[in-house]
Ligand binder design. Sequence first.
Ligand code: ZN
Length: 498
Amino acid sequence: MTRRRIAFAGFQHETNTFAPSHAGLAEFEVADSWPGLLQGQKVVDGSRGMNLPIAGAVRAAEEAGNVEVIPILWCAAEPSGPVTDEAFDQISGTILAGLKAAGPLDAVYLDLHGAMVTDSYDDGEAELLSRIRKMTGPDMVIGVSLDFHANLSHQLVDLATVITINRTNPHLDMGETGARCLVEVLRTLDGCSRTVAFQQAPFLVPLHALNTGAEPCKSLYQAVADIPASSTEYIELAMGFTAADVPDCGPSVVAYAETRNRAEEMLQALFQQLIESEAAFDTSLLSADEAVRSAMSMTGSGPVVLADVQDNPGAGASSDTTGLLRALAGAGAHKAILGIMCDAEICAKAHEFGVGGDFHGGLGGRSGIVGDQPFKGHFKVRALSDGRIPYTGEMYAGSIAEIGPSCLLAIENEGREILVVVSSERTQCLDRALFTHFGVDPYECEIVCVKSIIHFRADFEPGSLAVLNVSAPGLFPCELKGQNYQKLRRGLRILPIS
Ligand SMILES: [Zn+2]
């Protein structure tokens, strides 16, 4: 068996260009739900066993038995506004230096997101690839795995030898996607020569309508999976990230086959199915008041889950808007819990007063969104934590949430009670551990509010009475129609079509 020398690197960011924040070097260095910046052998050791593309790719390389794994760097920052030039140049520079220092290579594997925007580049991934290509030349085999929400460009497709993309949302197959990429890299090195076909869809789909457990995504991804893994041809579908205001925003299809005609034929079959699905995406949203009223009127077993989709930090929002909390309090909701409100000041206060203490204060509401203010109230401290919380759900199993000093607060009103988990660092509420860690079983609540889009479904939807998507204030727009897009390519439609 020919021995293959393959370099492994990762640089992930999902950029919400509507968010005022930036991702600097510090944001990539710190651990959040994923490890902090890893270099050298730590890339392998620090990601092993996690549902991460690079972990899957390394596992596939080890299983192949003929790969010398050369780990260089891996990092990711919590989604936010653009990546700073300084962070992009420094991290890209370290990857390039690592590739150079590695000596002769057979291939490069890259774990990227596909929706990175930097201060200077609308397509961060294509810029990284073009810098790497400049150094390695056109013949180096470069495999790239991307996220389900990638905004794929012609440039990136041309620069990569092979691309694989997550096929589930919630993203339960991130590790598998990395492994699949490594398999395609090895096939290419073994002489499998392929051409690529690529096309972008003429419409944008709001993220809350992209549940692969429901139609039309379910059938679309079934069609993607119907091509056997043993085949040398394959197809991938990205659904895009709508908060990146860039020309290449939106869904796209990429197909690889031995001939141009076959790649084109495969692409057109899936592309037509995607086009015909346009009207089937469920883009409905309820106002916070409607959602709370509806939840309080439902009867049956299990909690009603209200997804505060526009304030999802996992899509770059501030995770501190108060619209849904106000609706709960205004309606006199009982046995309700909300997570996660990010407010470091309130956490510090709760730690000062201790468990059993109580205080007046203003919670959240500092995003700068017009009309969203801190929620003023009287809070009882029910639990405190240093904020290192091992995930227990499938999506992030094996990882630890680093939410900083944190607390569980109770807001009481005439025998009725609303609980709020408050963190010092923004963290998407996609795992029940983020509640159970504070001693609350969400299944014993009547209403569970999560600042998350789709990803919460893996751990919260089974056993729930209903899931409702809520349109409360937030920095991640799900109602796309009124959004101030400036850079989208001409003719791109925005769902829902009215
Ligand atoms: Zn994603």
